[in-house]
Design a protein around this ligand. Structure first.
Ligand SMILES: [Zn+2]
Length: 460
């Protein structure tokens, strides 16, 4: 009988203490009753890690991996602070060294540069073979820089100079932004003549169409939407806003509250509210770039609930940052997957929605970090999704089928084999284990228990 990972063994003890029967634990965790009994009777003790060479425990490593996946722009420093709160003892230098080991060999790729893809499709300088090659390169490495791409093309006999290549790229970028509209020139003229920071009594530009922000929306999404609704380019909107905005949206992590930018935040907020004819409190409460309260804890990157955005008349997907424990919109029953994965309608599985409410309630007693860590431990304790359909437990199979049916009918583009389905289907089982894990950790004087007092719960 192989030794179980410590977290799972501890979980068996915790469930036993909580009054679960041997069979119930065996069924829940997917181990034989004999194994369960051997731990409950004390014949076996949860394995103590021998010769621990790494200071990040498995649980903290899982926590870090999860945070890096769900918030691709998370800065190491912010992660270090979260781990400190969870009781991580080692120095910052040790942390950075170990972080390298935690990061997956292949970090999740971001989206390929759309402008480079467009260039491949449009430029007359390229042969079809060049264009195909560019698409392949970008598919292989979405972070490919224009300069590296230029070198690749040179190797394939591309004739034009670097300057020509960049000029074409610039043209693609500009034409992607340009929109033709009869009102546009008039409006543009108005925008050009007014400058930010106009004194009292001077004319201040106000855009004709106000655009309400979506909770958790990034500036890099809100500003283009505002521009588009008013038939302007992003550059034109940025031109009438304080430079604070240009700096912010050029920063891959616009949530970082840089100390140089902080003093100008209030002015920036009122300038944008004036331009967009929106209430400043409303803007500040919705956009994390202004330090929105709900995103002061750890956040995850996802796409906003399509029903919430549709209520505001927005049909395109809106990238948002939400508190890390929020996996779904409980109002509409939409499962919010990590960025790049489809959101799912889970209204057919009310227990998934109930599980989210349960997680929300746990935040009254625990910090978001503690909750995420316990979630990771629970995820490791729940048996992996079986490879053969026949082995899938009945209740999972039922959920999977329900989710596949609802979502496949609604949106043809979501394949029925997507990971998002199994994640959503497992979620209630995972959350069911979390309170037990949190309480053993508390009772055992685990570093988790010595974390600072939990913050009050937050609503999305
Ligand atoms: Zn919603």
């Amino acid at each position: 009988m192989p030794m179980l990972p410590r977290d799972r063994a501890e979980l068996i003890l915790a469930l036993g203490k909580a009054g679960w029967s041997v069979n119930a634990i065996a069924e829940q965790l997917g181990y034989s009753p004999t194994t369960i009994r051997s731990y409950l009777s004390g014949r076996k003790t949860p394995g103590v890690r021998t010769a621990r060479t790494r200071l990040l425990t498995d649980a903290l490593a899982d926590y870090s991996r999860q945070r890096l996946t769900e918030d691709p722009h998370l800065r190491p420093n912010a992660l270090f602070k979260e781990l400190k709160e969870l009781g991580f003892q080692a120095s910052r230098a040790t942390f950075y060294r170990e972080l390298q080991q935690v990061k997956q060999p292949s970090d999740p790729p971001s989206h390929p540069d759309q402008d480079l893809l467009d260039l491949a499709g449009r430029s007359r300088l390229f042969t079809d073979a060049h264009a195909d090659h560019i698409r392949q390169c970008l598919a292989r490495d979405p972070n490919l820089r224009p300069n590296a791409l230029f070198k690749e093309l040179k190797g394939l006999g591309f004739q034009a100079s670097r300057a020509t290549f960049y000029r074409e790229l610039r043209q693609v970028r500009q034409s992607a932004e340009a929109r033709s509209d009869p009102d546009r020139d008039l409006l543009l003229d108005l925008v050009r003549r007014s400058r930010p920071g106009a004194g009292p009594g001077e004319h201040t530009v106000v855009l004709p169409r106000p655009v309400a922000p979506i909770t958790g929306e990034l500036l890099s999404s809100y500003l283009p939407r505002l521009a588009h609704a008013n038939h302007l380019t992003l550059a034109e909107v940025l031109a009438v806003l304080p430079t604070w905005f240009t700096t912010k949206i050029n920063n891959p992590d616009e949530l970082a509250q840089h100390h140089m930018l902080a003093p100008a935040t209030t002015d920036a907020l009122s300038a944008l509210a004036r331009l967009a004819r929106t209430n400043p409190q409303h803007l500040a409460g919705a956009l994390p770039a202004f330090g929105a309260a709900h995103t002061r804890g750890p956040v995850r990157a996802t796409t906003a609930c399509r029903c919430c955005t549709a209520r505001r008349g927005v049909t395109e997907p809106v990238p948002v940052h939400l508190p890390v424990h929020l996996k779904l919109c409980t109002r509409h029953g939409i499962w919010l997957s990590d960025t790049g994965q489809p959101n799912l309608d889970v209204t057919g599985c009310p227990e998934i929605i109930t599980a989210q409410h349960r997680a929300n309630r746990l935040l009254r007693r625990y910090t978001p970090q503690q909750l995420v860590l316990a979630h990771e431990v629970a995820l490791a304790a729940v048996p992996p999704w079986p490879a053969t359909p026949a082995d899938i437990p009945l209740h999972w199979r039922h959920r999977l089928l329900t989710l596949q049916t609802i979502n496949h009918n609604r949106r043809r583009d979501i394949g029925t084999d997507h990971d998002a389905y199994t994640r959503a289907a497992k979620y209630p089982d995972v959350i069911a284990l979390v309170p037990g894990i949190l309480s053993i950790r508390e009772n055992k004087q685990d570093p988790l228990a010595t974390s600072p007092r939990p913050r009050p719960p937050r609503r999305p």
